[in-house]
Design a protein around this ligand. Structure first.
Ligand SMILES: [Zn+2]
Length: 395
């Protein structure tokens, strides 16, 4: 320590001292979760590596200072200085005087460092060990593993972790949340099975999904899709109609199903009746567009245009306007302004039709069942020009 400039030691001492005073008041197991609101980062940000190492070597590890070590590591991790956080936690684990609980806490913090650094294999190894051996760190380790397996899309492993989280728990809220997640995990497995043409496997996964969450919108939509793939359009129509009947919202996922249906059922009564029924309940721009196409096919262009003009007078939307322009309802199709206005409307649609996460505020043009930013399920809602249509969060 003698080679360290005095002012650096002083800065480090002020930081550590401040933290000691701050974190001695925290409960023993709370350092990692409660660190975020504290603003001591500026105090430790300029401490050079050798000063930090010397200071850690000089600071004994005991029940009074453990929180300080953990807090310091958490601050570095939060600031993105993962290598320093790892050094602090590895330093702790090298101390033989740690109790079992202190050792487990340090190991959990190190695993969190590795997870944040993207060293997932190492994080997974530590976390799996803690699940087996540490009553104190079992639940937070399972929660971290759940996060890891969702991000890596290892759905079977994610289901297993959710099972472990609930098997000994009396926490009703946790059980409810895990049921919701397992429903989605099995829907993900069903989707993979559909892509691999394993339709029996898809049905099995959908049944499991429904075990965890009855009337789960996503699994019911996948069932309709499966009927279409298996060339049973009438079953698909009746399935979708039942979903629409009980739904209070019109999720975007239904639009792509209707588009698929139009390929095999376009011009047929059952599809037309389904569209009429949906239009009655949810006169969304996409339904107007699909109904316009269907009317053009089954009843001719003039009837379709009459419907569109009537609809536009009640609910003017850019989708409707575009269809009207393209169909020649508003002006001569050959007029040079028509393609220009149509292109402008397309741009406006792209800019105006957003999906937004109600949890973190992420927005984008693509629909996600799980927000790509905060990783919450069922948090995206769809904003259209003529109204607000969201995913039914109760499903
Ligand atoms: Zn989000």
């Amino acid at each position: 320590m003698s080679g360290i400039p005095l002012f650096l030691m002083l800065t480090t001492a002020i930081a550590i001292g401040w933290l000691l005073g701050r974190f001695q008041r925290l409960p023993n197991t709370s350092a990692s979760k409660n660190i975020a609101p504290y603003g001591a980062g500026f105090l430790v940000s300029d401490v050079p590596d050798h000063a930090l190492d010397s200071f850690l070597a000089a600071l004994d590890v005991n029940s009074d200072t453990l929180e300080t070590h953990l807090a310091l590591g958490a601050i570095y991790r939060q600031k993105g200085e993962i290598d320093r956080a790892i050094r602090i936690h590895e330093n702790l684990l090298a101390r033989s005087e740690l109790t079992k609980v202190q050792h487990d806490l340090s190991e959990f913090e190190l695993a969190t460092d590795y997870q944040k650094a993207g060293l997932i294999d190492r994080a997974e190894k530590y976390l799996q060990n803690l699940v087996e051996s540490s009553p104190v760190c079992r639940k937070p380790s399972l929660m971290s593993l759940l996060e890891i397996y969702q991000q890596s899309k290892e759905w079977h492993k994610a289901v297993n972790v959710a099972n472990l989280l609930t098997e000994d728990s009396s926490d009703r809220q946790l059980k409810k949340e895990m049921n919701r997640l397992r429903s989605h995990f099995y829907c993900e497995l069903a989707r993979i099975a559909i892509v691999e043409h394993d339709y029996l496997g898809a049905r099995r996964s959908l049944s499991r999904s429904e075990q965890y969450s009855a009337n789960h919108l996503r699994s019911e939509l996948l069932r309709v899709e499966l009927e279409l793939i298996l060339d049973r359009p009438n079953k698909a129509v009746s399935g979708l109609r039942k979903l629409i009947e009980k739904s209070t919202v019109f999720p975007d996922a239904m639009v792509s199903l209707l588009e698929q249906m139009s390929k095999s059922l376009g011009g047929k009564d059952e599809y037309r009746h389904l569209l009429d029924f949906i239009y009655e309940k949810f006169p969304a721009p996409d339904v107007v567009r699909l109904l316009f196409s269907e009317l053009s096919l089954s009843e001719g262009q003039s009837e379709a245009v009459r419907f569109l003009l009537d609809e536009l007078s009640q609910h003017p939307t850019s989708i409707g306007l575009k269809e009207a322009l393209v169909s020649g309802a508003y002006s001569d199709e050959s007029h040079p302004l028509v393609p220009i206005v149509s292109a402008l409307i397309s741009r406006e649609e792209q800019a105006g039709r957003l999906y937004r996460c109600g949890s973190c505020g992420f927005s984008g043009h693509k629909w996600h069942w799980q927000c790509p930013t905060c990783h919450r399920w069922d948090s995206m809602t769809y904003v259209s020009e003529s109204g607000f249509f969201g995913v039914d969060k109760a499903s």
